[in-house]
Design a protein around this ligand. Structure first.
Ligand SMILES: Nc1ncnc2c1ncn2[C@@H]1O[C@H](COP(=O)(O)OP(=O)(O)OP(=O)(O)O)[C@@H](O)[C@H]1O
Ligand SMILES: O=P(O)(O)OC[C@H]1O[C@H](OP(=O)(O)OP(=O)(O)O)[C@H](O)[C@@H]1O
Ligand SMILES: [Mg+2]
Length: 308
């Protein structure tokens, strides 16, 4: 198949080809009804039902491709967007997965508790741009702005490695590292401790500032937003005496406002409100105490909020 000719006129969407963001990104595409078949080993897949092609790339390369306008949309980490320094990229939607922190780490048995103590030493990271900017700030604290930006410049030595960054201290290559931490298991296993956070990150939907088909990019944005909202919220419905509505409104304000429907009994109303999944048990307890009855919670399989 001549894939290149088939790409003409299609919106190109970059998706992490492996790693921590791959599965969750594919599940978002599935929820958004972006149908495709990826041939074995091919990094480009045409969608059957939309004029879109998916491009499977490393998470670090995605902001670069989108920033240069070679792809129109992409899913990657905020850390990768910041590290790439891509200027042609907009972060348009936080996706709620791939949450972790980029942290400065040192051997747990070392006496370095303060990151300024790493100034002038050897640092290893996959995020050398972010780490360099961070240590420039530390050096400015230690030596003053002029000394750091003048002749001689940075004294901290920065080295790039593409993975398994945690091994660098044990191998004697680094005094400290800058790497991602989620559960802390990897850091602990490597005998390291975190002494500062460079940035918090999660996966984001990014968009080129000049997408090929802005209307289709908006449609995909809106579909993905709908899937995320549906995952985050449940629909809570209950009956309540009309006189208690002000209190109920406080407990379930909904996303915009709750929907109130009259019942045959003129003294009663039915209420529908979206509630964040993580708060629903507490909300149900409070509704019950406040006098609501027939409380039901329904899963939302998809959603579309419309224009804000
Ligand atoms: N432990 C983690 N928990 C949550 N999100 C993470 C974690 N590690 C990385 N990420 C996020 O995923 C992005 C891609 O990192 P990942 O390590 O999956 O990619 P990779 O290095 O291309 O793949 P691999 O490590 O499999 O070679 C990171 O930039 C970060 O945003
Ligand atoms: O705090 P934790 O839950 O242990 O997660 C953090 C680890 O996850 C990522 O590594 P990954 O699995 O991508 O391996 P890599 O180092 O080879 O990239 C990251 O680079 C950390 O090493
Ligand atoms: Mg990795």
């Amino acid at each position: 198949m001549d894939l290149v000719n088939h790409l003409d006129g299609r919106l190109l969407m970059a998706v992490p080809k492996k790693g921590r963001l791959h599965d969750a990104a594919l599940s978002l595409l599935q929820g958004s009804d972006i149908q495709f078949h990826r041939h074995n080993r091919l990094d480009i897949a045409l969608c059957h039902n939309l004029p879109i092609a998916l491009v499977f790339l490393g998470a670090a390369d995605i902001p670069v491709f989108v920033g240069e306008g070679r792809c129109d949309l992409g899913i990657t980490g905020q850390d990768q967007v910041a590290e790439s320094r891509a200027t042609g990229v907009e972060e348009i939607l936080e996706l709620g997965f791939g949450k972790c922190r980029l942290q400065v780490q040192v051997p747990a048995n070392s006496d370095i508790w303060d990151p300024t103590k790493l100034v002038g030493k050897h640092i290893v990271s996959s995020f050398t741009n972010l780490a360099t900017a961070y240590f420039r700030r530390m050096e400015e604290e230690v030596y003053g702005v002029e000394a750091v930006n003048g002749e001689g410049g940075m004294k901290t030595v920065m080295k790039y490695v593409g993975g398994s960054v945690e091994a660098a201290c044990a191998l004697g290559v680094a005094d400290g590292i800058v790497d991602l931490v989620e559960s802390g298991e990897t850091m602990k296993a490597a005998g390291l401790m975190a002494i500062d956070t460079v940035m918090e990150t999660q996966a984001v939907l990014i968009r080129s500032k000049n997408p090929r088909n802005p209307d289709l990019a908006d449609v995909i944005h809106s579909r993905i937003k709908g899937v995320i909202t549906a995952k985050k919220y449940v629909l809570c419905t209950y009956n309540v005496p009309r006189t208690l509505l002000p209190r109920m409104h406080e407990i379930t304000p909904g996303k915009r406002a709750p929907t109130i429907t009259s019942l045959e009994d003129p003294g009663w109303v039915a209420v529908n409100a979206m509630v964040e999944k993580k708060k629903i048990a507490d909300v149900m307890d409070r509704l019950e105490v406040a006098g609501a009855s027939d409380i039901l919670v329904l899963q939302i399989s998809n959603s579309r909020a419309g224009k804000d």
